[in-house]
Ligand binder design. Sequence first.
Ligand SMILES: *Cc1c(COP(=O)(O)O)cnc(C)c1O
Length: 349
Amino acid sequence: MSWEEKVRKVVPYIPGEQPRFSQMIKINTNENPYPPSPMVEEELQVMDSQDFRLYPDNEATELTSALAAYYRVDTENVFVGVGSDDVISQIFLTFFASDKSLLFPDITYSFYEVWAQLYRIPFRKVPLKEDWHMDKEAFRDCGGIIFPNPNAPTGILEAEDFVEQVVTANPDCVVVVDEAYIDFGGKSAIPLTKKYDNLLVVQTFSKSRSMAGMRIGFAVGSSKLISYLKAVKYSINSYTMSLAAIRLGVAAVRDEEYFRETVGRIVATRERVKKELGQLGFVFPDSMTNFIFAKHPGVGGKELYEFLRSRNIFVRHFNVDPLKDHLRITMGTDEQMDQMLDCLRVYLG
Ligand SMILES: *Cc1c(COP(=O)(O)O)cnc(C)c1O
């Protein structure tokens, strides 16, 4: 047997491209166009490289405490990681260890399938309904459940009782709600974690808190879920959260006012862009995120993507059915959106 036959092979997730041009409009990976809170900048200024000599606090206590206070839970209900991708990958390893299938929507964050493959977790993709909403009845008889709410890349938020109905119908498996976009218009399921010990809610600092580069994500759930998660984490790497991520993360959580203001601006931009895209003939689900997943009945998605790219405007295009004809457009600043809309107007006009 050659060494290559002994390799754990996996087809990796393909992240959105990270082009680095000076004059570009980068609205392809759902980053926040506004800078992090000024309190993050202040904290950065007072950081001392001497502190890097020692290992950081493996429990990241300052950060878990700040998050616990913000979300009105106990510190033992919070788990932090290097972006929510890190948190979710550890969730897969910890909670989806049965022979029964893990369920997730057929149109969703494509990383779920990659982790399932990597960890050899049996899985089944649950078809979305005609209108691209999730079908709560289809989440039954399984080894675990994960879905984003709002879903990506559709941007669709489910009704307020959706999560609770899925959780109560599946008391014998862990239900994970990926709330990467919840701050842009939804109501978090975090309060429900007090009532259901099998519900885990995951969020990230990458979108609503403008800190994709600092890599901070977290999960909130019952102390039992969190302790299982920590046992796995401490069996891989005790010190995942850098000192910088812990301190700067705390600063971001403390500045609630700035957070609300910037999220409000993005929501206002989104609602305006919805109107303008509609006037240009685009159709799209009613997004409750910081992006719009739109298609134009007259022009293919790839063609539009390439045209915008030639104008140094980067949006996300998924070259697979049934997403091919859509563009996922992240909400940038109002000026960036106007430039994009002007380009589209000329092209379609
Ligand atoms: C962006 C995103 C994530 C990952 O975010 P991190 O940067 O790793 O925190 C997870 N799930 C969904 C649905 C996302 O859109």
